[in-house]
Design a protein around this ligand. Structure first.
Ligand code: CAA
Ligand code: FAD
Length: 380
């Protein structure tokens, strides 16, 4: 067993760290306040290869492994989780599925610009009545011969307003249940496709989350991904990898808050000494550091499983569950260590605490991760 990162891994981690410090940190508070999408910053992420990190270079990607992706996600999430969710969705939920299951035509037309970051993608599974209960799809895709007619509503779609390409899950054969579900590539601007209002959120306020409405949208048959009825399996396989991305986002939020709290505790004095020298604060820091290290190992293990072509459903769910719970706990403690200063925006930790909450909810809530984990260990 080797716990050392390779030189390439260190280089990627450092490049992501520099990018986050130099490009994301300036203006992060203002973007959060104004709910402003990091347009320029995302464009630069594309130019640096962060939006198609694991895609084969022949399709415009960086050709890196999942460990590199986790390292980069952690660094970017330390500073700006609104930017890192764009990165996670584009890499894990859009590019991966297209590269793994798309046709050559679909890859040339959609994957290449997505992997280069020239356009952004969105993954559309959730609906008003189908969140955790994802098989209950109400959006329909009626087979009309050479095209499908899509009708329905998707909820909470990340990149909903900024995306050009949407992977949309819909029910074609109700009588077959989840075996009747398909997934389609839908382009912005297709007739009958309307992007709803932007959600006003607690956290990751710089990311744009929208509902999407489809009314008799005509989608060419060649835009279906995989065989008829493959859509639910596609979504589950895609989410298994997506959870590694969100786990590393949670890890980054936690480690960003911890680093700020550690620094502050060494500077702030109370009762004649630095607060870090009060055991109550030192023990908080000890717990935070230990839990972050454990979360990091779970993220890297899941990434390693994926890179070794092992099954990563279980390790990815464990990483997502533990890292999300750690992010929430650590960010609350980071605010506490900052005292009153933690409650105001300039010190960053209140934003990280608000951002942490979403990691327990999206890409499968913590309760859903426990379902995935318990089913897996009981089955085995
Ligand atoms: N790979 C392939 N297939 C899988 C799978 C996997 N990892 N996990 C489940 N399946 C298959 C099952 O084998 C089953 O198919 P068969 O009947 O052919 O065997 C089918 O999926 C249904 O599985 P279950 O019977 O277990 O279904 P369920 O309804 O009891 O539970 C669930 C499934 C795990 C709870 C699932 O619905 C789920 O993951 N829900 C959470 C949804 C979610 O994560 N949404 C995230 C939206 S994206 C997002 O949020 C983006 C963002 O944050 C930025
Ligand atoms: P529900 O499923 O209604 O859950 C409510 C509560 O009940 C939760 O605590 C849940 O854990 C619990 N619960 C439900 N079922 C069970 C059970 N069987 N056992 C125990 N507890 C249970 N979706 C996309 O498709 N694409 C996106 O890009 C996307 N981005 C998002 C961005 C944001 C900011 C948000 C808020 C959501 C996003 N989502 C996206 C949707 C997200 O995946 C769902 O919100 C999530 O899966 C939960 O679904 P729900 O909101 O319907 O909650």
């Amino acid at each position: 067993m080797d716990f050392n990162l390779t030189e390439e891994h260190i280089m990627i981690r450092d490049a992501a760290r520099d990018f986050a410090q130099n490009e994301l940190l300036p203006g992060v508070i203002e973007r959060d306040e104004k709910q402003q999408f990091p347009t320029e910053q995302v464009k630069k992420m594309g130019e640096l290869g962060f939006l198609g990190m694991m895609v084969d270079p022949k399709y415009g990607g960086s050709g890196l492994d999942t460990v590199s992706y986790v390292l980069a996600m952690e660094e970017i999430s330390k500073i700006d989780a609104s930017a890192s969710v764009v990165m996670s969705v584009n890499n894990s939920l859009v590019c991966w599925g297209l590269e793994t299951f798309g046709t050559e035509e679909q890859k040339q037309k959609y994957l290449v610009p997505l992997a280069k970051g020239e356009i952004i993608g969105a993954f559309c599974l959730s609906e008003p009545e189908a969140g955790s209960d994802a098989t209950s799809q109400r959006t329909t895709a009626i087979d009309k011969g050479d095209l499908y007619l899509i009708n329905g509503t998707k909820n909470w779609i990340t990149n909903g307003g900024t995306a050009s390409v949407y992977l949309v899950v819909a029910q074609t054969h109700v009588e077959k249940g989840h075996h009747g579900i398909n997934v389609f590539i839908i382009e912005k601007g297709m007739e009958g496709f309307v992007v709803g209002n932007k959600e006003n959120k607690l956290g990751i306020r710089g990311s744009d989350t929208h509902s999407l409405m489809f009314t008799d949208v005509k989608v060419p048959k060649e835009n279906r991904i995989g065989e008829d009825g493959f859509g639910f399996s596609f979504a589950m396989k895609t989410l298994a990898g997506g959870r590694i991305g969100i786990a590393s986002q949670a890890l980054g939020i936690a480690s960003g808050a911890y680093e700020l709290a550690l620094q502050y505790s060494k500077e702030r004095k109370a009762f004649g000494k630095e607060i870090s020298r009060h055991q109550a604060i030192a023990f908080k820091l000890a717990d935070m550091a230990t839990e972050i290290e454990a979360a990091r190992f779970l993220c890297l293990k899941a990434a390693w499983d994926k890179d070794q072509h092992k099954n990563y459903d279980l390790s990815g769910a464990m990483a997502k569950l533990y890292a999300a719970e750690t992010a929430m706990k650590v960010t609350v403690e980071a605010v506490q260590i900052h005292g009153g200063y933690g409650f105001v925006k300039e010190y960053h930790v209140e934003r990280l605490m608000r951002d942490a909450k979403i990691t327990q909810i999206y890409e499968g809530t913590s309760e859903i991760q426990k379902i995935v984990i318990s089913r897996s260990i009981l089955r085995d």
